[in-house]
Design a protein around this ligand. Sequence first.
Ligand SMILES: Nc1ncnc2c1ncn2[C@@H]1O[C@H](COP(=O)(O)OP(=O)(O)OP(=O)(O)O)[C@@H](O)[C@H]1O
Ligand SMILES: [Mg+2]
Length: 158
Amino acid sequence: MDTSIKSGSEEHTVMLGVSIGSVLSPGDVVCLEGELGTGKTVLVKGIARGLGHEGPVTSPTFTIIHTYPDARLCHVDAYRLEGARDLVSVGIDDFLDGGWVCAVEWADRVRPALPERALRVRFSFGPGEDDRVLEVSATGEWDGRLGALLEELTDHGR
Ligand SMILES: Nc1ncnc2c1ncn2[C@@H]1O[C@H](COP(=O)(O)OP(=O)(O)OP(=O)(O)O)[C@@H](O)[C@H]1O
Ligand SMILES: [Mg+2]
């Protein structure tokens, strides 16, 4: 299943993230892909909120991993990593196996270190300055909550 959603503002993307966060369970992985400045971190702000995090979410560009224990969310930015081995070195397996939701920016750089089963969001720029397109798809086995989520996102993206 592959759904294409349009976002017209930063707030809109946060809202899409809240919807995604609301259906995620411990152990789920969200792979975020797309050029610099397309909105991956903005979406994670919403995901964190949907998982129950209150407070700011900042880009883990320099620290690689930020954790939000109140939401049991691990937020990774793989931009500065050379490859999958680097992600293992910074301890990703503790989170993947430890009942955290992991949201990984630039996941395409480190895919072999991540499980096959993942929700994938690929971002691109739209025609206007604040327009973005989010292509949401999933790999591996998911239960009914994914279909419901995609339907909800499609409604929000109209
Ligand atoms: N529709 C939109 N959705 C998300 N962000 C938007 C939108 N319109 C404008 N923006 C702006 O685009 C920028 C997105 O920045 P963000 O840090 O989320 O990108 P990123 O994909 O995480 O980049 P990086 O690869 O550098 O981590 C923000 O400055 C935000 O205000
Ligand atoms: Mg980012």
